[in-house]
Structures are given as C-alpha cells and as structure tokens.
Design a protein around this ligand. Structure first.
Ligand SMILES: Nc1ncnc2c1ncn2[C@@H]1O[C@H](COP(=O)(O)OP(=O)(O)OP(=O)(O)O)[C@@H](O)[C@H]1O
Ligand SMILES: [Mg+2]
Ligand SMILES: [Mg+2]
Length: 548
C-alpha cells in the first residue's frame, strides 16, 4: 500500500514523500524528477544511471497516553503531576514482596472508550503479560502490559493536514490502528550531574497507560504530526487522557524507514519519547533525510533506538537493537483474563459495578472532533478549514457560539473577526481564548454596532483595541467617548465632501476628464477627514453626484 502511494507521490509530486535533501551527485536529475525524489538508489548507483528511483519514507507510531484517572492501574495510589518525589507510592508500586495488583476499572473503561472512538474491535477477553527488562526506575524488573491479546485491535484514525502547510491543499488520510494495550508506566530517573548520582522517583510507577500502536501507513513528519494532533483531540474529547504533551501524558515513539517504491520496506529506526508535536514532525523529517543520506553514501541503516535533540534539531543513536532485546514475555500470574461484556452477554443479576459493558460505553460516547467539525460547517456555513481552527483550541468553539448567539452578524463574518482579530491578538500575547481580555459578550456587542451601521469597520477595530486594553468600558461607551459613530447627517457629509473637493482641485479635474480611479482617492480623503466615520457608499454617491 505504501509502495503504491509512493509511486503516486513520485508522479504527482504530492507531499508525504521525501523533500529537500538529495543524495549525492545526481542532484540535478533528482530535482527534475519532482520535489520528493532523492535521486539515488541505495548505496551504489552513480549519477545518470537508469533506474534511479525516488525514496519513499514509511512512518509508524507507537503512542503512550496516560489514562486520566485519580489512581494508578493496579494500586490505589493517587496520580498527580509534579507531586513531591516518592509521595505517591504504594507498596505494590515499589514492588514489595507479597503485594498484588488490583485492576482499576476506570482505566479499563478509558481504554474501551478510546478503542471504540478509534473504530477498533474490542476483545471481550484480553490478557496481561509481564515484559521484563532491567532499569532502576522499574522496581519489579518487569512491566505489566498486554502483549498477546490486547484490549482493542484493528481500528483506524482519520486526520487532515495541509500539504506543505498550504491552506488550500487540505488532504484527509487514514492510518490503521493495530492495537491498543493497557500497561503500567515506569518511574522516573533523575540524573544529578553535579553529584554524579541518579535518583529515582516512583510517583509515576504503575500509572495507567494506553499504548496505541499504528500500522506503518504514514510517510512524513507533517502527516504524523496531524495524526497525533487528531488523536490528542479525540482523547481529550473522551476524557480518557488529558494528553498534555508537555506533562509527558502523551509520548510518541516514531518508527522511520525508507525504501524504493515496489521494493520491501527498509530497516526501521525508532525515535523514542518525543513529547511535542512540532518536535515529532522535525524528528521524523530529519530521520528520513539522515537515512537517505546514509544509504546514498553507501552506508546501512541499523535497527536502533534514537533520541531527538531539539536544540540541535537532529536524532542521536541511543542503543542498538542488534541483539534484539529479549523481554522474556510471560503471562502475568496474578491477574486473571480481563473479561468485558456487551448487553447480550451480560449475565443476569450481575453487580454492575463489577463489570464493564461495552455497549453502555458506546452509547455514551461524545461526538468526535470530525463530527463536531462537520456540524459546525453545516450549522454556520463556515469553511471546513475554519472548523479545524475552532477545534484546535479548547474553549474556542464555545466562544464562537456565544458570540454568534448574541449578535445579528452572519456567523461567516463572525468567524472572520475571531480568526483575524481575536486569535491574531491572542497569539501575539501568548494567551489562550480563556484568558482573552475581551469577552464573547463584548465582542458580540461590538459586532452588533458594526452590523447596525452605527460604526464603520475601521472604527470597530479601534474599539476592539480599546476593549483589549480593557478598562471595563462597554463597546458603546467607547464609541460615545471617542466619538466613533458614523456620520448619519447627510448635510454634514455633503459639506465635508464639498470641502475636500475644494482643497483638491487637481483631483477633481482628473475625475472630470474621465479618470475614475481618482475618485477612490477622494473617498479616502473624506474618510481621513472624518476619521473613518463616513459611510464610503454614501460618500461615493455624494461625490459622483457633485462631479457629474
Ligand atoms: N519498516 C517500517 N518502517 C517504519 N515503521 C515500521 C516499520 N515496520 C513497523 N513499523 C512500525 O513500528 C512499530 C512497531 O511497534 P511494536 O509495538 O509492534 O513493536 P516494537 O517497537 O518492536 O516494540 P516496543 O513496544 O518494545 O517498542 C509500529 O508502529 C509499526 O507501524
Ligand atoms: Mg510498542
Ligand atoms: Mg517500539
């Protein structure tokens, strides 16, 4: 599938392939072949030789999402970000002998909810396994996960992105979800370089995670970034994870390889633990280019783990997987199979607090972001790309709908004011919509003044500026104080137009000679005189009448 897409990419030069860097001496040909061509076959094809094919990149993601739950996956310890080190650790989390896991129902429900939202089949029976490895922040020496039979399988996620960042080239793609498994998080190692010590904080040890494993269906950094952003929005909509990347609640491992169309996939490297969407895109694109360059220079790609250094903007080898780590998977003996029910299979007289009913969860799923976007487009007639912007920030849809509800202005015009004026200002000041100094009520009042013709749009911008600087005055108070109302008095306007014409005889002559363009200059001069308070349509009528 990816190879087919690759050949499409090569022919049409669509995004998703490899951009920019070209391997070695055949650069000129490569460019002629289109923007995604790398121009050299792996290893040893000299410039100009027949059979030069572009590289196609393959990207598959593993995403760890911290489940939003007040307690851990198998213990009653609390879950809090930035609590004092080792203050949220039960005996089980510290792996004291004799302690046993007790499965947190909320974590199971979160995984089922996420699986359903990602169109997965939910396994009515899933199993827990031990995955062994030695690390100081893993006191048991193993992590409990779901290797053999995970809770959800075979799903899909659709996401949209603008190819090359171009607004008018939005494409929608789908990535297959291989599985979602429940597992424990590890603790944290804190390295103290000055004292050459490593300290262990077990607050995170045992926190519930969902690992979402995607099939290798993507082919660029921007595509992967869009998929993760959509997943993040879905998790937040469900409330199954807060998915705040800066707090490590959503961590991405990016698997990257390159190959020629029609050939087998290349060896993948795995860039671990990326915790920002921007870095994810940069890490993947860097890794693609690095692999092409490496192969172009006759090198080989090793199946290794790498890390992204955001300061240097490159990936760095951490440890190779040559001798493929043996995790010695084994069934977790202290946990029975996880059995889920649906309405049909639910036994009679069961205690509902003891079971998870998949149908019950399905019926209560909220609208997914894609559905909310469609509804916004349909209900308000706004452009699809604007619906993406609205959903991109929490609280923005609500703000927009509040304004729409309180103004007579057409929603299509309201969205323009929110995107061009409000968001622009908020971004400049690094504020969220919830921190906006201008409330939805005041913005609606302002837009109503504009809509009724009380003020011009340039005056409206001045009022918004005043509102932004916020002294708590209403839009109408500001309009009155600053005398920004439109001049409604026809006689007054006639006088102003007359005065402007008298002061600009040359322009008047030009217009009389037939140079209509100069009329706009006169209209502009009237606007300047009135401080933008004249209705340009009326001014035009007056000037035309007087000049005819
Ligand atoms: N040739 C390839 N190029 C890029 N990505 C690939 C390729 N083959 C597989 N992948 C991706 O690699 C990931 C494999 O994840 P999986 O959890 O199955 O195994 P793992 O990485 O070996 O294990 P671990 O969970 O310990 O990291 C998937 O996201 C898959 O899409
Ligand atoms: Mg994995
Ligand atoms: Mg992996």
């Amino acid at each position: 599938m990816a190879a087919y897409r690759g050949s499409l990419l090569a022919r049409h030069g669509r995004a998703g392939g490899v951009t920019g860097l070209h391997a070695g001496p055949s650069r000129r040909r490569a460019q002629a072949a289109g923007p995604i061509a790398s121009g050299q076959r792996a290893g040893n094809s000299p410039a100009g030789e027949l059979g030069v094919a572009p590289w196609v990149a393959v990207v598959g993601l593993e995403i760890h999402a911290q489940i939003s739950s007040s307690s851990k996956l198998f213990s009653g310890s609390q879950v809090h970000f930035a609590a004092p080190p080792n203050s949220l650790v039960s005996f089980f989390d510290a792996s004291l002998p004799g302690t046993l896991p007790v499965l947190n129902r909320r974590c199971v429900e979160a995984a089922v909810m996420t699986g359903l939202a990602l169109n997965c089949s939910i396994n009515k029976k899933s199993l827990f396994d031990r995955k062994h490895y030695f690390y100081a922040d893993l006191p048991a020496g193993y992590q409990i996960t779901q290797q053999r039979l995970p809770v959800a399988v075979n799903g899909s996620l659709s996401y949209s992105f603008c190819v090359g960042g171009k607004k008018n080239q939005m494409v929608t793609r789908t990535v297959r979800i291989k599985q979602i498994q429940l597992e424990q998080d590890s603790g944290k190692s804190l390295h103290d370089d000055t004292r050459s010590q490593t300290l262990i904080d077990l607050n995170r040890a045992g926190v519930g995670l969902m690992e979402v494993v995607m099939e290798p269906d993507m082919s660029s950094g921007e595509e992967a970034a869009a998929a993760v952003r959509e997943l993040q929005l879905i998790l937040q909509t469900l409330g199954s994870s807060q998915a705040i990347m800066a707090e490590g609640q959503l961590r991405v491992d990016a698997n990257v390889s390159v190959h020629h169309p029609g050939e087998a996939y290349g060896v993948r490297t795995e860039v671990k633990n990326i915790n920002s969407i921007r870095f994810l895109a940069r890490a993947i694109d860097y890794e693609i280019q690095r692999q092409i360059k490496e192969l172009g220079n006759g090198g080989t790609i090793m199946n290794e783990t790498r890390a992204f250094d955001d300061k240097l903007g490159c990936t760095i080898s951490m440890r190779d997987k040559e001798g493929k780590q043996d995790y010695r998977f084994m069934p977790e003996p202290n946990l029975p199979p996880l059995i889920l029910y649906d309405t049909k299979s639910l036994p009679a007289n069961v205690n509902h607090r003891q079971v998870v009913n998949i149908d019950w969860i399905r019926e209560r799923l909220p609208d997914m972001p894609s559905v909310r976007r469609e509804k916004l487009v349909e209900q308000y007639g706004i452009l699809p790309e604007h619906s993406f912007t609205l959903l991109n920030e929490e609280g923005l849809v609500k703000f927009f709908e509040n304004v729409v509800r309180q103004t007579q202005m057409n929603p299509k015009k309201v969205i323009g004011w929110i995107l061009n004026e409000m968001l622009h200002r908020l971004n400049q000041h690094s504020l969220t919509i919830k921190e906006s100094p201008v409330s939805s009520l005041f913005l609606a009042d302002l837009l109503n003044l504009l809509e009724r013709g009380t003020i011009s749009s340039s005056a409206a911008k001045q009022v918004l500026e005043e509102l932004w600087n916020g002294e708590g005055k209403t839009p109408l108070q500001i309009v009155k104080e600053k005398k920004l109302e439109r001049i409604q008095d026809q006689q007054e306007l006639e006088q102003i137009c007359q005065a402007v014409m008298e002061e600009h005889q040359e322009e008047v002559m030009e217009i009389k000679k037939g140079n209509r363009k100069v009329l706009n200059k006169l209209i502009g001069l009237v606007q300047r005189t009135t401080g933008g308070r004249a209705d340009p349509v009326v001014v035009k009528q007056i000037l035309e009448k007087r000049l005819s």
